[in-house]
Design a protein around this ligand. Structure first.
Ligand code: GLN
Length: 258
C-alpha cells in the first residue's frame, strides 16, 4: 500500500521534474550542465549568417541566442552545406535549421517549420550592362544559383516547365561562388535571396539587382517533424520577440532600410 502510494508520488514527481527540465531545457542531462541546442546553418548567407573572423554572426544567430536564452539552453552553430541542413534536422544531428530558410511544401514533408520571422524575395543579379532587364528576359542565358535553395528550385522548375527556353542552371555551393562566377563572365545572372544579393552587389563592382523581383517567400525555423514541444517554445519566443520589438531590433542592426 505504502509502496503503491510511493510509486504514484514518484511518478508525479518525475513528471513534474520532466516538465521543469523541459521548460529549463529539453533533455537536460540532470547533472547541472545545460543542454546545448545545435543550430544547423550555412554561414555564407549575409546578413543572416556569416563569418566575422572565427565567429559565425548574423540575424539568425541572434534569434537562436534569444531562443536558447529563453529556454535556458546553450547553443552552438554547425556550419554545413545548405543542402544538408534539412537532413541534419531530420536525423537529429541538429535541433533546429536556422538559415534564411524558405518554407516550401517539399521541405514540409521532411521537417516542421516555426511561424515565419522574415519575408524575403528571390531577386536577379546581373552585370550593370546586361541585356536582362526583368525575369521575362531569362531565355537563352546561363543562370547561377546556390545548390538546393529556392532560387535553384524555382529556376530549374521554370526551365523544366518551358517557362524559359534555351537557358541552363549552374549550381554552386554558395551564393558567393555564384556571384564570383558572374563577375568573371562565366554566367549571365544569379538568382538569390534579396539581402545576401545586396551584400554581394555592394562588395563586387559592376553588378546590379533588377527591380522586378522573381518570387516572394517566408523564412522560418525548421525542427524535426513532430517535435511540437520545441516548435511551441520557438513560436512562443518568436511571438514575444515580435511583440516587444526585439526581432525588429535585431533586423535593424543588420539591415539598413533603403
Ligand atoms: N531562402 C533560400 C532557401 O531557403 C536560400 C537560403 C540560403 O541559401 N541560406 O532556399
Amino acid at each position: 500500500m505504502i509502496m503503491k502510494y510511493f510509486k504514484k508520488v514518484l511518478c508525479v514527481m518525475l513528471a513534474a521534474l520532466m516538465l521543469a527540465s523541459f521548460a529549463a531545457c529539453s533533455g537536460n542531462s540532470g547533472d547541472g550542465a545545460k543542454k546545448t541546442l545545435v543550430m544547423a546553418t550555412n554561414a555564407y548567407f549575409p546578413p543572416y549568417e556569416y563569418y566575422e573572423g572565427q565567429d559565425i554572426v548574423g540575424i539568425d544567430v541572434e534569434i537562436m541566442a534569444a531562443i536558447a536564452e529563453k529556454m535556458g539552453c546553450d547553443f552552438e552553430v554547425a556550419d554545413m552545406e545548405f543542402d544538408s541542413i534539412i537532413n541534419a534536422v531530420d536525423s537529429g544531428k541538429a535541433d533546429v535549421g536556422l538559415a534564411g530558410m524558405t518554407v516550401t511544401e517539399d521541405r514540409l514533408k521532411n521537417v516542421d517549420f516555426s511561424d515565419s520571422y522574415a519575408t524575403s524575395k528571390q531577386v536577379i543579379i546581373v552585370p550593370e550592362d546586361s541585356k536582362i532587364a526583368s525575369p521575362d528576359d531569362l531565355n537563352n542565358v546561363k543562370i547561377g544559383v546556390q545548390l538546393g535553395t529556392t532560387g535553384d528550385i524555382y529556376i530549374s522548375g521554370d526551365i523544366e516547365d518551358g517557362v524559359y527556353t534555351g537557358s541552363s542552371v549552374e549550381q554552386y555551393n554558395s551564393g558567393m561562388e555564384a556571384v564570383l562566377s558572374l563577375t568573371q563572365g562565366k554566367i549571365d545572372a544569379v538568382v538569390i535571396d534579396e539581402q545576401p544579393a545586396k551584400v554581394f552587389v555592394e562588395k563586387n563592382e559592376g553588378l546590379k539587382i533588377l527591380d522586378a523581383e522573381y518570387v516572394e517567400e517566408e523564412y522560418a525555423i525548421a525542427v524535426k517533424k513532430g517535435n511540437t514541444e520545441l516548435l511551441d517554445q520557438i513560436n512562443e519566443v518568436l511571438a514575444e520577440m515580435k511583440e516587444n520589438g526585439e526581432l525588429q531590433q535585431i533586423i535593424d542592426k543588420y539591415i539598413t532600410a533603403d
